[in-house]
Design a binder for this molecule. Structure first.
Ligand code: C5P
Length: 228
């Protein structure tokens, strides 16, 4: 029997730097990358495009099942998200899309509808899975798990800079408020709440340069898997 591909899960709250760190780690390892947040954002967006009531769990779950979500490298080399064939990358970056994602992500049937899609990303030589419940629900058997966090103020500042760099206009105070509200909802929901897996290494990246965070995450892997 062949062994399944190794998985490194990186969970944590919004603005903890998971996206940047996970992509950098995946690229250093030559592993696949799963941006599970983008999947929830895509379903929230698809449901909004269809004019669905986001509080209707069954209607949104049906929408999650019929929506085709694909990741492809865009002309800028960055991963792009195609929702039913349409490039939704830019729309998905907004805080409105994030809030819609967080709302639909609280529905158990929606989460259930997205499990197989996420499991399909586990392929050789390995997978870096970025999200909220990667180590607790989707890949509980992952051998390597990190819970990445940072202070709320630092997370809001990072997100502010990231959005500004991408040309999205934002206000720091309202961003801090939105991030706190989203984290509260993600951590307080009954299904797959935001919390570290019992066997996760907790990494607080407040005040830490990105290069150091990447090294610390790579250090969770055995030497035989680490890039030279
Ligand atoms: O990571 P990102 O900010 O793109 O995620 C957007 C929202 O999607 C989160 O606030 C959370 O509600 C939801 N999400 C989730 N489970 C995941 C990834 C994201 O519930 N694994």
């Amino acid at each position: 029997m062949t062994s399944p591909a190794p998985v490194l899960t990186i969970d944590g709250p919004s603005g903890s730097g998971k996206g940047t760190i996970s992509q950098a780690v995946a690229s250093r390892l030559g592993w696949h990358y799963l941006d599970s947040g983008a999947i929830y954002r895509a379903v929230g967006q698809a449901a909004a495009w269809e004019g669905l009531d986001l509080s209707d769990a069954d209607a949104v779950a049906a929408c999650a099942t019929r929506t085709e979500i694909r990741f492809e490298p865009g002309p800028d080399g960055e991963p792009h998200v195609l929702v039913n064939g349409k490039d939704a990358t830019r729309a998905l970056r907004s805080e409105t899309a994030a809030a819609a994602a967080s709302a639909i992500a609280a529905h158990p049937p929606v989460r259930a509808a997205l499990v197989q899609l996420q499991l399909g990303f586990r392929r050789k030589p390995g997978l870096v899975a970025d999200g909220r419940d990667m180590g607790t629900v989707i890949f509980p058997d992952a051998a390597y798990k990190v819970f990445l966090t940072a202070s709320a103020a630092e997370r809001a500042r990072r997100r502010y800079k990231q959005l500004k760099d991408k040309g999205v206009s934002v206000n720091l105070d309202s961003l801090l408020h939105e991030i706190a509200a989203r984290d509260e909802r993600d951590a307080g929901r009954a299904v797959a709440p935001l919390k570290p897996a019992a066997d996760a290494v907790i990494l607080d990246s407040t005040g830490m340069p990105i290069t150091e965070v990447i090294e610390r995450v790579l250090a969770v892997l055995p030497a035989s898997l680490r890039p030279r």
